[in-house]
Design a protein around this ligand. Structure first.
Ligand code: ADP
Length: 188
C-alpha cells in the first residue's frame, strides 16, 4: 500500500511526474496546488483569498491546507494508498500530516525529491506560462515561489533524509526519462 510524497522546486515537473507515477501505482495523485486552483471556480471570500495568495507566489495558510488535505485523505479512494504532490510544504504541515497518519496507524513509505537546476526549472516555467497562462507563472511570482521553496520547503528534505524516507531523483531530461527514474526510485 504505497503512501508516497513527491517534492521539488517550482517548475521541476512534479505535477507531470506525479500523474504518471500515480497511474502506474493505481493510487490517486493528490495535488494541493490543483485543489486550490479548483477552488477558484467556486465564488466567495475564501476562494478569492486563496486565489490572491497563489497568484503572488506565497503559500496558502497551513491550517486551511491541512484541513483540505485531511478531508481528501479520508475519501475511500485513498484506502489503497496515495501520492501527495506539493504537500507538505512547511514544517507545521509535515508535523500535522505525520501526526494525522500516526493516529490512524498509517505512515509515509517514501518521499521522492525531484531535483533540477534553476536554469531548467525557469525554462520550463517560462514555457508553461506561454501554454497555460497560470497566474503564478509571472517572473515576479516565480521569484517568490523559488524563495518560499528555499526558505520553507527545502528544509523538509533534511527531515526526510534523517528518517531515511528520501529518494532523490534527477528531474532533468525528457518526461519519459524522468518517469523511468522515478519508477526505479519507488521500486529499488
Ligand atoms: P508548483 O509545484 O509549480 O509550485 P503547485 O501547483 O504545486 O505549483 O502550487 C501552486 C501554489 O498553490 C503554490 O505556490 C501555493 O500558493 C499553493 N499551494 C500548493 N500547495 C500548498 C501547500 N501545501 N501549502 C501552502 N500552499 C500551497
Amino acid at each position: 500500500m504505497p503512501r508516497l510524497l513527491i517534492a521539488g522546486p517550482p517548475g521541476v515537473g512534479k505535477g507531470t511526474q506525479s500523474a504518471i507515477l500515480a497511474a502506474g501505482l493505481r493510487v490517486p495523485a493528490i495535488s494541493t496546488g490543483d485543489m486550490f486552483r479548483a477552488l477558484k471556480a467556486a465564488h466567495g471570500d475564501l476562494a478569492a483569498e486563496v486565489q490572491a495568495v497563489m497568484a503572488s507566489g506565497r503559500y496558502v495558510d497551513d491550517d486551511l491546507t491541512n484541513r483540505v488535505v485531511a478531508e481528501r485523505l479520508l475519501r475511500d479512494d485513498c484506502a489503497p494508498g496515495f501520492l501527495l504532490d506539493g504537500y507538505p510544504r512547511t514544517l507545521p504541515q509535515l508535523d500535522f500530516l505525520h501526526r494525522w497518519l500516526a493516529e490512524r496507524g498509517l505512515a509515509i513509505d517514501a518521499v521522492i525529491a525531484l531535483e533540477a537546476d534553476e536554469e531548467v526549472t525557469a525554462r520550463r516555467m517560462a514555457a508553461r506560462a506561454l501554454l497555460d497562462g497560470r497566474p503564478d507563472d509571472t517572473v515576479e511570482a516565480f521569484r517568490v515561489r523559488l524563495r518560499m521553496y528555499a526558505e520553507q520547503t527545502r528544509p523538509l528534505l533534511d527531515v526526510y533524509e534523517e528518517i531515511e524516507l528520501l529518494r532523490r531523483v534527477d528531474g532533468s531530461g525528457t518526461v519519459d526519462d524522468v518517469a523511468e527514474r522515478v519508477w526505479a526510485a519507488v521500486h529499488p
